[in-house]
Design a protein around this ligand. Structure first.
Ligand code: KG4
Ligand code: ZN
Length: 337
């Protein structure tokens, strides 16, 4: 057995705990638990921060115990604890950080803390070897960020969304069409039956910048459907969501293509919840073949929030001997630096 890193993520509405074994830079996942709160928040059409924090408090200790049981280890076997310190919902982050600090202090286990975006960036490393440098595209419910990664912990942000994140756009469009929360998976499914060419939404390309903007697209969908009666809307939903989805993907593909050329990069990592989208995966595969680029997209399980990615990112901090102490304080806003 190599180095055992326990990962903890409570940045949003899911409580996740993992145990990852790192041996000569190779990662083996030995336990991986995600307790989803989606069912609880569904009825509110989005995440209610206070409910999320309360739920984290209820489940974090049982989950931690279960993760160790699944890995067949005790607390004495843990070599490192890695916790997500932000960005995210502050009440949620506080639960994970307080928990990690307590275990680290009582058992004298080294503590490292990572940015949630670093977790997403390194998520494919859990299952395959990824070389540097690469272009990272993080597309999730909270973020749409493009970053140049020259080495672990060496990033340069190229662009990010100026308003809604890509996943947020999926969630808001699903909400306004009455499709429930979270919107991504349901739009993904319904789009398979729809015609993506049927409605032509303006592509928000924002010239001369790697930034993104998706809030206008949501308004465009709203304007399209506001005069439709119930029957018309129901009939047209697959075409509407397929057209919306292809607009988002067109923008992501175009910006990535441009960034790869401008930054002279031959490798890309696409991660975050929206990277679970089947059409997005197909289109990025197509792009990588056309441009002869190496593509890394994590398996579905590691696209959406999980703690394995926090264990993996934490390894790089441990390797550089960058530790956190009992003064660790999470931050709701935390850029990649
Ligand atoms: O990475 P994640 O679990 O949490 C954040 O860090 O935000 O991402 C959640 C987001 C939600 O907006 C959800 O609608 C979206 O990922 N998502 C998808 C799919 N599965 C999840 N979006 C498009 N297609 C999917 N299949
Ligand atoms: Zn995330």
């Amino acid at each position: 057995m190599g180095l055992l890193i326990v990962g903890i993520d409570t940045s949003c509405d899911d409580t996740s705990v993992s145990v990852v074994d790192v041996d000569e830079g190779r990662f083996t996942v030995i336990s991986d638990i995600v307790s989803s709160q989606a069912e609880i928040h569904k009825r509110f059409g989005g995440i209610v921060p206070e409910i999320a924090s309360r739920r984290h408090i209820e489940v974090i200790l049982p989950l931690f115990i279960q993760a160790l049981d699944d890995a067949n280890i005790s607390m004495d076997d843990i070599d490192v604890i890695s916790v997500c310190k932000g960005p995210g919902l502050i009440g949620s982050l506080i639960v994970g950080c307080s928990f990690a600090k307590s275990i680290s202090y009582v058992k004298k286990i080294p503590l490292v803390s990572v940015n949630h975006l670093e977790g997403h960036l390194f998520s494919p490393f859990a299952v395959e070897k990824v070389e540097f440098p690469f272009l990272g595209l993080i597309v999730s419910g909270g973020h749409t960020t493009m970053v140049r990664v020259d080495a672990p912990l060496r990033y340069r942000e190229l662009g990010k969304t100026r308003d809604d994140a890509a996943g947020e756009a999926f969630d808001k469009v699903a909400k306004l069409l009455g499709l429930g929360y979270p919107g991504g998976p349901v739009i993904d499914e319904l789009s398979k039956k729809g015609d993506p060419e049927r409605f032509r939404f303006t592509r928000p390309y924002l010239p001369d910048t790697f930034d993104f903007s998706f809030s206008g697209l949501k308004t465009a969908v709203l304007n399209l459907v506001k005069n439709m009666n119930r029957n018309e809307l129901e009939e047209n939903i697959p075409d509407i969501v397929a057209s919306f989805q292809s607009t988002v993907i067109d923008v992501l593909i175009k910006k990535v293509e441009w960034a790869l050329k401008k930054e002279d990069l031959k490798r890309i990592v696409v991660s975050g919840g929206v990277a679970a989208n089947s059409e997005l995966r197909r289109r990025f595969k197509e792009l990588s073949e056309e441009m002869d680029i190496e593509l890394h997209i994590p398996p579905l399980r590691y696209c959406t929030d999980n703690a394995v990615m926090i264990s993996v990112a934490g390894y790089f901090y441990y390797r550089e001997r960058i530790f956190s102490g009992i003064n660790l304080n999470p931050l709701a806003y935390l850029p990649l630096s």
